[in-house]
Ligand binder design. Structure first.
Ligand SMILES: [Zn+2]
Length: 419
């Protein structure tokens, strides 16, 4: 019913969808299974047709605009209506309740500063306290050691229940705690998102901080999409607010990697119907052992554009490459495919001993096939910096991809924004 309502509203109020949905014979779309009749919407098409997509709801509600982070180099203003804003809060609360966090318990949000005036103002209040229980801490890029010490002290002194931070900041915090033999008590739960959390980095964070890390998947354009509960390894899809498909050639697929395509059921000011995220995931028809009936995204494999292309045409997901490298070197590395036959691997100096690099050469050659040239370099980064985010595995070989990416935006050659 909610899908039906959205489609009818979009066909009536949006000039862009009026044409698109008429051509798709939208009257015959009665359930999410019929969605494949509707063409997908790429980010390029969204930006090119923005005025035609935004509906008259812009005038009838006090719409709230939110900009993507700009890590793409193409800032997109997303217009959110009031119902959508409310639904984002509800989804957030559901995720936190699911991991045992109760109202009134303390939270620490550790975030990266862009150095913008707005964030700079917030940074000047490092220990800003909201409602006595919510703490915001902005760090520099890369984070300074004293800023991370402030975070460790807050965890201890304020008895923080939930810590939210992007993976690379958690990695830096874990590094500091490990190297200093600090005995600070960790939070009860750590929630992360916004970047690929690969297995090596997850292990490092969990071992150092002594607490389980729960990952989430969200987009600035859509809000929270999927999140991990404390029981299973997959991600529960917020299916009451978002229809998530994984597609290949525009058709839904299950139990194998496909591009994640989302339909936002609650934002009528700027409807997004079959919006291509440029990310790859695996959707399953199995249910989580926790008993929740929400659909399960088994895995988030990384951005389509960052898939590493092998000489024989296979495309390896960032998660797959990171798993192989992380098994040998742990949490701290980055991998860049420079050309069809050249891989650059950044490692901390201490990881560049002969046995480690020989093991990596062998493992990457097995993974990608013979003939691949591997160049090692010294780096303390856990990934290539993009705006305020870091990618552990990236590729410059987009032209070799068999599948075109929704994120291949020409404006700066970068990527879709993810929260
Ligand atoms: Zn579950």
């Amino acid at each position: 019913m909610r899908l039906r309502n959205l489609l009818e509203y979009a066909a009536l109020e949006s000039e862009f969808y009026r044409n698109t949905l008429r051509q798709a014979d939208v009257e015959r779309v009665t359930s999410s299974r019929d969605l494949a009749r509707i063409p997908m919407l790429s980010r390029e098409a969204l930006m090119a047709n923005l005025e035609g997509i935004i509906t008259s709801r812009r005038q009838t509600v006090h719409g709230k605009s939110r900009s993507t982070s700009g890590s793409t180099g193409c800032r997109l203003n997303v217009l959110n209506d009031n119902r959508f804003v409310l639904s984002q809060y509800v989804r957030q609360i559901r995720q936190w309740l699911s991991c045992g966090v109760r109202p009134g318990q303390s939270h620490l949000f550790l975030m990266q500063s862009s150095g913008s005036s707005e964030v700079g103002r917030l940074r000047s209040r490092l220990d800003t306290r909201l409602m006595n229980r919510i703490w915001l801490l902005f760090t520099s890029l890369p984070p300074l050691e004293e800023e991370l010490w402030v975070a460790l002290r807050l965890l201890e002194q304020k008895q923080i229940t939930l810590l939210y931070a992007p993976p690379f900041l958690l990695g830096a915090l874990a590094d500091l705690k490990s190297s200093s033999s600090n005995k600070t008590r960790g939070p009860r739960i750590i929630v992360t998102g916004s970047e690929l959390l690969h297995a090596g980095l997850r292990r490092h964070i969990e071992m150092s901080l002594g607490v389980r890390v729960l990952d989430g998947y969200a987009l600035t354009e859509v809000g929270s999409v999927a999140w991990q509960c404390v029981v299973g390894d997959g991600y529960h899809v917020d299916a009451d607010e978002v229809i998530l498909e994984t597609v290949e050639g525009g058709q839904p697929i299950w139990n194998k990697p496909g591009e994640i395509v989302v339909t936002n059921l609650s934002n009528y000011a700027m409807p997004l119907i079959r919006y291509r995220t440029g990310d790859v995931g695996i959707l399953t028809d199995r249910q989580c052992s926790c008993g929740r009936a929400l659909p399960i995204l088994v895995s988030i494999e990384g951005r389509l554009r960052d898939h590493v292309v092998c000489a024989d045409g296979r495309e390896l997901s960032p998660r797959e490459v990171a798993r192989v490298v992380g098994n040998i070197v742990g949490a701290r590395f980055h991998v860049v495919q420079e050309s069809a036959d050249t891989i650059r691997v950044g490692l901390p100096g201490m990881s560049q001993d002969e046995a480690t690099t020989a093991g990596l050469r062998k493992a990457l050659s097995c993974l990608m096939g013979p003939g691949v040239r591997i160049i090692f370099e010294t780096s303390d980064q856990t990934g290539i910096v993009r705006g305020l985010k870091q990618a552990a595995v990236t590729s410059k070989c987009h032209a070799l991809h068999g599948r075109s990416s929704a994120s291949e935006v020409e404006c700066n050659g970068e990527f879709a924004d993810h929260e």
